[in-house]
Write a protein that binds this ligand. Structure first.
Ligand code: HEC
Length: 147
């Protein structure tokens, strides 16, 4: 193996380091400036995956019937999109949720995530609500992928 130059041999002396740093910086800046135009913002479901962090403390996204499923405080949101409210048979829903008789589509999910207790009064979900409509739309797009 050929010997690597040591620091003392001036591999990155201050004189060469500074133009290099400037070059790197301008490369990074121009890459940043170009990216949104070339690739656009993150796909909406990917934005929702990030926003799901607020739900993940209470909601698994795994199939409850799969081996190794870990139950959390809330029901799994696997397959929730398009399902009836309180559809996971093995989860102990509140009476309010069991009797809510909703279908979790775009409109009901959006309204529930905005203000759970307005849609299902006395629901046991202790979540104040997500006021940002764009974040809710991203969350719903992400929930659709959990199947
Ligand atoms: C602090 C815990 C907690 C957080 C945070 C939370 N939830 Fe819940 N969620 C629950 C509980 C508990 C229930 C069951 C409510 C009941 O039985 O009344 C529930 C129920 C639901 C249901 C109904 C599920 C079904 O099977 O009918 C949906 C949909 C839902 N949550 C979505 C979300 C989303 C989306 C987020 C994040 C924006 C979120 N929740 C954040 C605890 C939580």
């Amino acid at each position: 193996m050929p010997a690597r130059p040591t620091r003392a041999q001036g591999a990155s002396s201050p004189a060469t380091a500074r133009p290099l740093a400037a070059l790197l910086l301008s490369a990074i800046l121009s890459a940043c400036g170009r990216e949104p135009a070339a690739d656009g913002p993150l796909p909406i479901a990917d934005q929702g995956r990030a926003a799901y962090a607020a739900c993940a403390v209470c909601h698994s996204k795994e199939d409850p019937s799969a081996p190794g499923y870990v139950a959390l405080v809330g029901p799994s949101l696997f397959g929730v999109y398009g399902a009836k409210s309180a559809h996971h048979g093995d989860y102990d829903y509140s009476k309010a949720m069991r009797e809510a008789n909703l279908v979790w589509d775009d409109a009901t999910l959006d309204a529930f995530i905005a203000n759970p207790h307005l849609v299902v009064p006395k629901s046991r979900m202790s979540f104040a609500g997500e006021p940002d409509a764009a974040r809710r739309a991203a969350l719903v797009a992400y929930l659709k992928t959990l199947k």
